[in-house]
Ligand binder design. Sequence first.
Ligand code: AMP
Ligand code: ZN
Length: 118
Amino acid sequence: MRDPNCIFCKIIEGQIPSQKVYEDEEIYVFNDIHPWAPVHFLMVPKLHLPSMAQLGPEHAGVMGRMMTLVPKLAQAQGCNPYPDGGFRLIVNTGDEGGQEVHHLHLHVIGGPRPWRKG
Ligand code: AMP
Ligand code: ZN
């Protein structure tokens, strides 16, 4: 379930503090510590999966639930409504994909521009 050396597993367990946005049995959501924009949170499955590269059909349920939560949480966190507002979803995967933390996570980024990055 958990990797004792993984920073996001430690956040899920409460061993490292985070600004929690949402939690259920399978999913934990918290603000990124270095936000690019007025809204920038990370969504992780509680199950330790290193990246998108490890996904199999058994993960379709939790991944689908994460995706369907995105619009609700984005709006609750301050993203303006589509189409003038909206948000950006990023899932960095592997070194060439720019991934730094190896616990699968979705970046949800949005809010009024200008953004600090992106
Ligand atoms: P990635 O490059 O996709 O692996 O992104 C990792 C993200 O995790 C970066 O945007 C970091 O700012 C963020 N991050 C790293 N440590 C923490 C932490 N303790 N709490 C919240 N976000 C973090
Ligand atoms: Zn982990």
